[in-house]
Design a protein around this ligand. Sequence first.
Ligand code: FES
Length: 150
Amino acid sequence: MPRQRSACPVPGPKLQCTMGSRRRRESIAKPRLECTSGSCLAVVRMTEFHTVAKVGSIADGQGATFVVNGRLVAVFCERGAYQAIDDLCPHMGASLGAGEVVEGIVTCPWHAWRFRVSDGTWCDNPRLKIDSFEVRVVGDEIQVAVPPRK
Ligand code: FES
């Protein structure tokens, strides 16, 4: 994984580097940015995109599950747009990729828990989320960026 050292990209006093601070990591818009020291330097990890499927191979309103970077990732298509979240339902581990998407919400096929596919928010308790991942289309390939587990 390419790494580069750069000046801390996070502006504002709230986002000062505080070694090991969970709060700081959550306040960074892009999870691939992570402070690893108490200085004003941050290590920027460039999360690589992986091709998972061809455009059109996931039916509208449906999902599919792929292994990316050692993780199960559910990729959904709705009205030509693609979104990706963690595939494992936190309730009892069903595959969310087997669920149906309606108006940006996937419903777990086992017990109907619902998650927003854009950011992984659990609809019944928006304070809780599962992981979501960046998706892009390059040519006719759907690509997902999944950082390795820490
Ligand atoms: S396993 Fe998903 S709601 Fe139960």
